[in-house]
Design a protein around this ligand. Structure first.
Ligand SMILES: Nc1ncnc2c1ncn2[C@@H]1O[C@H](COP(=O)(O)OP(=O)(O)OP(=O)(O)O)[C@@H](O)[C@H]1O
Ligand SMILES: [Mg+2]
Length: 349
């Protein structure tokens, strides 16, 4: 059992705000992902929970007990770092065993626990090797094994896949998901890769410049982004955003006219996803020359320019045309999002 409560935690260094008013309860066994661009405060948040960084303000509770003043080793939290931080002079076996020694776990239990952890991440063939003689992916797995060997209540993983190539990322990602399910530990996982966030998370926290932008299930974050920042951070391609004007439920921008929307009159930002629009023969809501065409295999991505903004539409994989040719795009109005022109905040539900 490990519920983590973060009550308005903050981290400041002089005038620099690393994390501002982070307030969230993370349920027992939940897989929570912190997502955001470089420098948004992900690592700092993790380090505060682990006890490697003091919170400037606010309370951190694990199972109802305030841990702000507890040493990292007394928090029953295992952290996998952004860099693997393995001991270069110890072999894989000793690296994995190290946390058991530090915590004074009965030595009679060490061998079994180390072997279990090594097996879990498929490292049994490498136990005698030093980290220098391992590949990046193998080192990453040693770091994982070192975290799971302790059977902690809480896992903190800071971009544990950052040093892997694309293929290994996908397989290790699956391994981590399976691992966290089996170990039934509460996991906080940091990434700036939105695919990783969507595939792993029970809930995602999107951060920007130290401030939480939205907390929700992957579906909520994807379907109802709280603001234009979240909308433009989640999804591949990101949500199309077009600045324009609403009058009587009709949105207008150069080459765009979409009727039947629910929103106030005035300047707004319209959002819709590439897959929520299609290429029409004529009479679509957007009519503009093609800016570029990208063949993706399963679809053709067609882009047009509206004002200064590129708008992408997922067309059939057989769609072919030339750059500069006119195209008519049908935007499904039920899948349109409206955001305040100034604040970027979502308008409506
Ligand atoms: N010791 C420090 N002193 C001053 N500022 C710091 C310190 N540590 C971190 N920061 C700043 O706090 C902010 C958050 O840093 P943090 O390491 O949490 O970002 P991150 O989200 O993990 O980014 P990345 O994806 O690049 O790892 C950054 O602007 C960083 O420069
Ligand atoms: Mg970081």
């Amino acid at each position: 059992m490990a519920e983590i409560q973060l009550r308005n935690i903050k981290k400041r260094w002089g005038h620099v705000v690393g994390v501002d008013n982070f307030d969230l309860t993370i349920a027992d066994k939940e897989f929570l992902v912190l997502l955001g661009p470089s420098g948004c405060g992900k690592t700092t948040t993790m380090r505060m929970i682990a006890g490697l960084e003091d919170a400037t303000d606010g309370d951190i509770l694990i199972d109802g007990v305030r841990v702000n003043d507890l040493e990292p080793k007394d928090r029953d939290v295992a952290m996998v770092f952004q860099s693997y931080a393995l001991y270069p002079n110890m072999n894989v076996y000793e690296n994995i065993r190290f946390p058991l020694k530090v915590r004074g776990v009965d030595t009679a239990l060490h061998d079994e626990r180390v072997m279990q952890a090594a097996e879990r991440v498929e490292l049994t063939d490498f136990l005698d090797r030093k980290p220098a003689a391992l590949s990046g992916g193998q080192r990453q797995r040693v770091a994982l094994a070192r975290a799971i060997v302790r059977k902690p209540k809480v896992f903190l993983m800071d971009e544990p896949l950052s040093n892997l190539d694309a293929k290994l990322r996908v397989s290790t990602r699956a391994q981590i998901k399976n691992l966290s399910h089996d170990l039934a530990a509460t996991t906080i996982y940091v990434t700036h890769d939105q695919i990783e966030a969507m595939t792993l998370a029970d809930r995602v926290v999107v951060m920007k410049k130290g401030v939480v932008q939205q907390v929700g299930s992957p579906t909520e974050i994807y379907d109802t982004p709280a603001n234009t920042f979240v909308a433009s951070f989640i999804g591949n391609p990101a949500m199309n955003l077009v600045d324009g004007e609403m009058t009587g439920g009709t949105f207008r921008a150069p080459n765009v006219e979409i009727a039947g929307l629910a929103g106030p009159d005035g300047r707004v930002t319209l959002g819709f996803r590439a897959e929520d629009a299609s290429v029409a023969n004529a009479g679509g809501e957007i009519n503009a020359p093609i800016y570029t065409l990208e063949l993706l295999g399963d679809a053709t991505m067609v882009s047009v320019r509206i004002g200064g903004q590129l708008v992408a539409v997922k067309a059939d994989k057989t769609f072919r045309s030339e750059i500069g040719d006119p195209v008519s795009i049908h935007v499904h109005k039920d899948h349109c999002h409206l955001f305040h022109a100034e604040t970027g905040a979502r308008i409506g539900e």
